[in-house]
Structure formats: structure tokens, C-alpha cells
Design a protein around this ligand. Structure first.
Ligand code: MRU
Length: 342
């Protein structure tokens, strides 16, 4: 499986997901501004992956710093961290990763800048490693919900490409496959950026998982026909009460699942849970350019001048979520608050 992001001593390599699946090409980020741009333009996307990218961007900026005193060093690093946080507002993983980098800096203000640079690089690599480990655990816990012969619905891309590796919503599928279970995955194409069609379908095919692409508006009908046994999606930010921000269309699926009596699971590493936010209403929902809606891959499909609304995410209230698949186990929405202490 190709890697979404890699640290290379003096630069960060980012797989340009905008070109997938037609072309596998990498962007070489030689400074933090290139990382900022790659997050903004969706070359790298998916909550955990952009958290890792932001941490590596900070490490890159630190390694290029000239300041020899802490105050000057910290001032520049703060500016870099703020730039990372400003890229995309919905995924909590960026703030979470920046908090880790910031706390490390403040806790070690007495050290020399060379040591600080090394610490920040190591912390970014640790955030990456921990994400892959968390995903594997999500897979181990989550595989238990997949039974022989199941049809599983997923939305957007919450796979290896959206994370440090292995994926969150896809991790239980990978483990279930290793266990020899046979099942089918239905991937929503996920308009307007088509993460399902371009990324999830591509990724799952590479892993030898039986995947079928569907248009977003097919999900209800497949449920009606008894073809879906469960849904697993990712999250960009889950609040402490269990409300889930995820790719636009997730809310629609969750409501449909409830109507059809289909369990609706959210794969959520604890880095995607905002333990400081009490409810989904408080989540900032990113709105992107209307052009993503009026064009497909650069080709206009709507009348010139038409208005288009492009919310990138929606919020699914906790009442629609069966349970969360986390690296610490499987939890009901009302149990999430206990996770902060585990
Ligand atoms: O706009 P994107 O492609 O960054 O949106 C990604 C999603 O909505 C994912 O489902 C979410 O980030 C979870 S990824 C493990």
C-alpha cells in the first residue's frame, strides 16, 4: 500500500491524492508553507493524516529555524502552528497534534534550540507511529462486528490514505479479511470530491477486498433491498456527548440506517475525539469553494453563474450512532466521556 505521507530528513513527502487513482505522484514539501498548501488543497486529507502532516510541517519549520534563543524560536513556531490550525477547521486532529507540539516546546523551554528541533521531529514521527498502532487496534476490536456474508457500507475515505496507515473505518475490514471472513463493501462515491470513488475503491481493491462503488443516492435503496448489514464511517471531530462530524452525507446515511434497523458504527481514534467540546452544534463546519460542486475534475457541469452550497462536513447526532470503534475498545456514545480517563 502506498503511504500518504513520509518524513525524509529535510523534507516531507506527500502523496498527491488529487491525482488518484489515475496517477501516483508525490509532492516534495521543502518548507512548512508547502505543507500548509497541501492540506488546504486536499493533496493530503482525512483527519488523522492532516494531523500528522501538520506535525511534520512544524518539525520541518523547526529544523530550518535560525533563532538560537527560546523566545525567538517559540515565536516562529507559534506562527507555524497557527498556520496549520487555520488550514481546515473541522478535523480536531490538527489542533490535537499542535497541542502536543506546543506542550513539548513549553515543557522544554530551558533546552537549547538544537535539542528542541530534535524533540519536535521525534514527536511528529511518534504521532505518525501512534496513529498506525491505534488503527491496528481499531481493526482488532472492530473486526468482531463483521460477520460472514455481510454487506458493509462506508462513506468518503477513512482508509490508509486518510491516516498514518491502515485506516480507521477500513481497519476492521482488513482484520476480518485476515480472519478469512467473506463480506462485501459498498463505497459511496462521495460527491463532490469523490473520495469514495477515487480513493476508497482504489485502496480496498489493492487490499483484495470485494468493493462495489455506488452513487451517493443509492444507499437507501440498497438498504431497502437488504444488501447492507452495517455501516462504518470515520470522523473528523466527535464531541464528548457522541455527536459526530464527518464527510457531508454521513448524517443522511445514519438516519437511513436507523429507519432500516442497520447498526451505524463510527471508527474514531481518540485523537479525533474533542474531549473539550460538549456537543456537535459547536463544531465549525468547513465550507469549500462552490466550484467543487459546479465542476467535476475541472469540467463544468452546471450553468455558469448558478449558486452552489458546499458544506464539506455534517454532524450526526449521537442518537444515531450504535457505537464507536476506538483503539481502546468499543464504546456506546454515552460511554465516550470515560475514555478521557482510560
Ligand atoms: O475532506 P476530507 O477528505 O478530509 O474528509 C475526510 C473524512 O470525512 C473522513 O471520513 C474523516 O476525516 C475520517 S478519516 C479516518
Amino acid at each position: 500500500m502506498v503511504k500518504a505521507i513520509e518524513w525524509k530528513e529535510d523534507r516531507v513527502l506527500i502523496l498527491d491524492q488529487r491525482a488518484l487513482p489515475l496517477e501516483v505522484r508525490y509532492i516534495e514539501c521543502n518548507d512548512y508553507l508547502a505543507v500548509v498548501e497541501a492540506i488546504r488543497n486536499l493533496s493530503i486529507r482525512g483527519a488523522p493524516a492532516i494531523g500528522i502532516a501538520a506535525a511534520m510541517g512544524v518539525a520541518l519549520a523547526a529544523s530550518q529555524q535560525k533563532a538560537s534563543y527560546f523566545a525567538g524560536f517559540y515565536r516562529v513556531m507559534k506562527k507555524v502552528m497557527d498556520a496549520m490550525i487555520a488550514t481546515r477547521p473541522t478535523a480536531v486532529n490538527i489542533e490535537w497534534a499542535m497541542k502536543r507540539m506546543d506542550s513539548l516546546l513549553l515543557a522544554n523551554s530551558g533546552l537549547g534550540t538544537q535539542e528542541l528541533k530534535e524533540m519536535l521531529i521525534e514527536e511528529a514521527l511518534k504521532i505518525h507511529r501512534e496513529d498506525v498502532e491505534a488503527n491496528r487496534k481499531i481493526g482488532q476490536y472492530g473486526a468482531s462486528i463483521i460477520k460472514e456474508g455481510y454487506g458493509i457500507l462506508t462513506h468518503c475515505n477513512a482508509g490508509a490514505l486518510a491516516t498514518g496507515g491502515y485506516g480507521t473505518a477500513t481497519a476492521p475490514m482488513l482484520v476480518a479479511k485476515e480472519q478469512g471472513k467473506r463480506f462485501k463493501v459498498f463505497a459511496d462515491e462521495t460527491r463532490p470530491v469523490l473520495q469514495g470513488a477515487r480513493l476508497t475503491a482504489w485502496e480496498l481493491m489493492q487490499c483484495g477486498i470485494d468493493v462495489t462503488l455506488i452513487t451517493d443516492n443509492s444507499a437507501g435503496w440498497l438498504m431497502n433491498r437488504g444488501m447492507i448489514n452495517l455501516a462504518i464511517v470515520g470522523t473528523d471531530r466527535t464531541t464528548i456527548n457522541g455527536d459526530v462530524a464527518n464527510k457531508i452525507g454521513t448524517y443522511t446515511l445514519a438516519v437511513l440506517c436507523k429507519e432500516h434497523g442497520i447498526p451505524f458504527y463510527v471508527a474514531a481514534p481518540t485523537s479525533s475525539i474533542d474531549f473539550a467540546m460538549s456537543k456537535g452544534e459547536d463544531i465549525a463546519i468547513e465550507q469549500r469553494s462552490p466550484e467543487e460542486v459546479t465542476t467535476i475534475q475541472g469540467k463544468r457541469i452546471a450553468p455558469e453563474g448558478v449558486k452552489a452550497l458546499n458544506y464539506a462536513f455534517d454532524v450526526t447526532p449521537a442518537q444515531y450512532v450504535t457505537a464507536f470503534l476506538t483503539e481502546k475498545g468499543i464504546f456506546k456514545p454515552q460511554e465516550l466521556q470515560n475514555l478521557a480517563w482510560l
